[in-house]
Ligand binder design. Structure first.
Ligand SMILES: [Zn+2]
Length: 293
């Protein structure tokens, strides 16, 4: 999909459904395009791949079902490689051809999770400016900004940063089903970013207020926190979006007969980003994810 202006300017890419079960990005992109098609761009262009993993989408699965590969662990890709590597190569090459200013990759997280913006680790390849731009734009997304702590070097956003192209990931709440509220927040966030680049007129007060709310917050660091040390059933004591303190009990794990097996406590101050899709606990199972201070 694309909309462009006769006047040259910034080129923004929106990408969705890299993971087949993460469907909110598709609808968010559709809604953004409805708005920008109505009002004509002041300059530049907006491009989108709303559905990057159609095979995963049709089967409701994260990975490319045929080859079981994670597309977002297959970048920068290889035109002679595996199925996922060939798709990744095509996506990256198409984006690069347009000389992009910014790429926003839209994802979803656990079923119970809040929207947040995820920034990759610094690629350490001399592309400080691209990284700084990504940080600035993350601050304008209107969502809590979380620094990725895992070394995931084969994602789309990391591959773009490595090539000097600003990129970030926006996690828009739960997978599998479209949450209309998160679509609205995603659309507001993207339009706010397009306003920032002067691509569309600043028309919506909500856009700037959502963006300025989170702009001054310091970024959090991503953490799965303490994992479960026992088997049993999890009862969650905190919910996504809660501000939590170091040492606070956030979940309890009981055995079949109701006897307490483990109390999961935060190991740092922060916010709860989400909790696991299942209440089944086993030793080593992640229970919650946090943005820690
Ligand atoms: Zn994803």
């Amino acid at each position: 999909m694309s909309v462009d202006s006769v006047k040259s300017g910034p080129v923004i890419w929106l990408t969705g459904c890299m993971h087949g079960d993460e469907v909110t990005g598709i609808v968010t992109i559709q809604e953004v395009f409805k708005v920008i098609r109505r009002q004509c761009l002041l300059c530049g262009a907006v491009y989108a791949f709303p559905l990057m993993n159609p095979i995963g989408f049709e089967t409701g699965s994260r990975n490319i079902t045929l080859s079981r590969e994670d597309l977002n662990r297959s970048f920068p890709g290889n035109k002679d490689g595996s199925l996922a590597e060939r798709i990744a190569d095509k996506i990256l090459a198409t984006i690069r051809q347009t000389n992009p200013t910014l790429v926003l990759d839209l994802h979803n997280d656990w079923m119970k999770s809040i929207p947040y913006t995820l920034i990759d680790p610094y690629p350490n390849s001399g592309h400080k400016q691209a990284y700084q731009t990504a940080m600035i734009i993350a601050g304008k997304s209107g969502f809590p900004v979380v620094m990725e702590t895992d070394d995931v070097t084969s994602s789309l956003s990391y591959s773009l940063l490595q090539q000097g192209i600003p990129a970030l990931t926006i996690e828009l709440g739960e997978s599998y089903v479209v949450n209309e509220n998160n679509v609205k927040r995603g659309v507001t966030s993207v339009l706010g970013i397009l306003e920032h680049f002067g691509i569309i007129e600043a028309t919506n007060g909500a856009v700037s207020s959502q963006a300025s709310n989170a702009q001054d917050q310091k970024p959090f660091r991503f953490s799965f926190g303490p994992v479960s040390s026992a088997s049993g059933i999890i009862r969650f004591l905190a919910k996504p979006g809660d501000v939590v303190k170091k040492g606070q009990a956030v979940a309890k794990i009981y055995n079949t007969f109701g006897k307490l097996q483990d109390t999961v406590r935060c190991d740092a101050d922060g916010i709860v980003l989400g909790h696991s899709d299942s209440s089944v606990a086993y030793p080593g199972a992640p229970v919650m994810s946090f943005g820690i201070v």
